[in-house]
Design a protein around this ligand. Structure first.
Ligand code: AMP
Ligand code: MG
Length: 433
């Protein structure tokens, strides 16, 4: 897939024990390059193109609209008669409907009844809206000031001109894009194959729904969260279940995952106590670095490349994210470390997350020297400003905080405690997830 290169986590300028979020994102960015020849392009019909990544630029094969047409229901005429006049009298000589053009050229004192979307008849360039006109029989009268020459006419190509780029490769297609392609008469588009992402949970304490909880065991929630976050990015999730905390099981799961997918995501087993055991295994499977990211939640994280063959560099390869076990940390690391990598590998054009500013009416405790992603509830106050308060307890295991919140409060690396009334950055969930 990608040729092996020195693992950038080892670059001297970074301390893997306190890696700033920005530095971790930059390293991941260098590694998560779009797939090349092994990412076959598929042609799909428009109904199947929603949320897919466009593989090629689309150039408009036609003008949209294809001809000048009316923006209003009214009367089409030649606007030159408006010049210097106070009142205009015209006789109606026919009608132009959408799909039924009027093909004759009206004379100087004549006009054509026209409906929205109908072709502007030859010799006409102006449409006076019907509500500004008095009509008696086939005669209409209106004030010359009711309309300017050229008004209420949609010009051919004003939406999209023939030969101009309509959509660029790398675009994740939205509803308007499907409509836009349809308006060009395009029925199929080339899209990237969906990225395959294998995921599993690790932990001997994990139980599945239906099993009884013995003291010290917990239900596995991360797999469901991960599945849902992956679905939202429209990648192809490959669920590998729960893997026990032993070397043989983990080794098997990682090799299977590497063969099956472009990216492998695990949760759990990367904190200090577990790291030695997993580190040894992962080093035998590829180039994997263990980081302590200066972020909360989400401190421990493993990142690198795995190989399915007997040695690193042999067999299939996949990018690997070993996320922490705590449920909120899984979500924070997914959104702020993994998400962009998955989009880049999918071939999508990079977009910066839209942070907005909000006032915090309460003080927020924050330690300088790490980025914190607190869970917030934002709303607009009566002056139209965004105001945000944190949800209750911010522990990295308190998953209800994510369900309650409607945004992350992003407190940047160097920032210390937030005083009441200060401004903070927030990232609204709407649009993100
Ligand atoms: P670990 O990183 O494996 O030490 O896990 C940290 C914490 O997260 C422990 O309390 C685990 O029980 C919990 N945890 C790990 N994996 C999961 C999971 N899949 N679902 C829910 N909790 C988990
Ligand atoms: Mg564990």
């Amino acid at each position: 897939m990608t040729t092996s290169k020195p693992f950038p986590g080892c670059i001297a300028q970074y301390d893997p024990n306190a890696l700033p979020v920005g530095a971790a994102q930059e390293i991941v960015r260098q590694w998560a390059t779009p797939r090349g020849h092994d990412a076959p392009v598929e042609r799909v019909g428009l109904f199947d193109a929603l949320d897919r990544v466009l593989a090629e630029d689309v150039v408009s094969p036609i003008d949209v609209p294809s001809h000048d047409n009316s923006a209003m229901d009214g009367y089409a005429f030649a606007g030159a008669c408006l010049d210097g006049a106070r009142e205009i009298d015209l006789s109606v000589i026919g009608a132009a409907l959408a799909g039924q053009p009027f093909l004759d050229t009206p004379g100087a004192a004549q006009c054509v009844r026209i409906m929205t979307g109908a072709l502007i008849p030859p010799g006409c360039d102006t449409v006076v809206p019907q509500e500004l006109v008095a009509r008696e029989g086939d005669a209409i009268r209106f004030a010359a000031s009711a309309v300017q020459p050229g008004q209420n006419r949609r010009l051919a190509g004003e939406d999209l001109a023939k030969g101009r780029p309509a959509l660029a490769a790398g675009r994740i297609m939205r509803a308007s894009d499907l409509g836009l392609l349809a308006s060009l008469g395009i029925a199929q588009v080339a899209v990237r194959r969906r990225l395959r992402v294998a995921f599993f949970s690790t932990g001997d304490e994990l139980r599945s729904a239906g099993e009884t909880l013995s003291p010290g065991s917990v239900y596995d929630s991360n797999r469901y969260t991960l599945y849902a976050m992956l679905r939202r990015l429209n990648v192809e999730p490959v669920d590998l279940g729960v893997v026990r905390d032993d070397r043989a099981s983990l080794d098997k799961a990682l090799r299977r995952a590497t063969e099956a997918a472009d990216v492998v995501i695990s949760s759990g087993g990367v904190s200090v106590g577990d790291a030695d055991f997993t580190r040894e295994l992962m080093n035998s499977l590829g180039d994997v670095a263990f980081w302590k990211i200066a972020m909360r939640p989400g401190r421990p994280l493993a990142f690198g490349r795995l190989w399915s063959g007997p040695r690193a560099g042999e067999g299939e390869s996949a990018l690997f994210f070993g996320l922490p076990g705590n449920p909120v940390a899984v979500m924070a690391t997914f959104y702020f470390i993994v998400r962009e990598a998955l989009l880049a590998m999918s071939g999508a054009t990079r977009e910066t997350l839209p942070l907005i500013q909000a006032v915090s009416p309460q003080p927020i405790r924050k330690r300088a020297g790490r980025t914190e992603f607190q869970r917030g509830i934002a709303r607009r106050d009566d002056q139209g400003r965004f105001v945000v308060v944190t949800t209750g307890p911010q522990g990295s295991g308190v998953l209800s905080s994510m369900s309650e919140a409607n945004c992350f409060i992003v407190l940047e690396h160097d920032r210390a405690d937030v005083d009441a009334g200060e401004t903070v950055d927030i990232l609204l969930f709407a649009g993100l997830i």
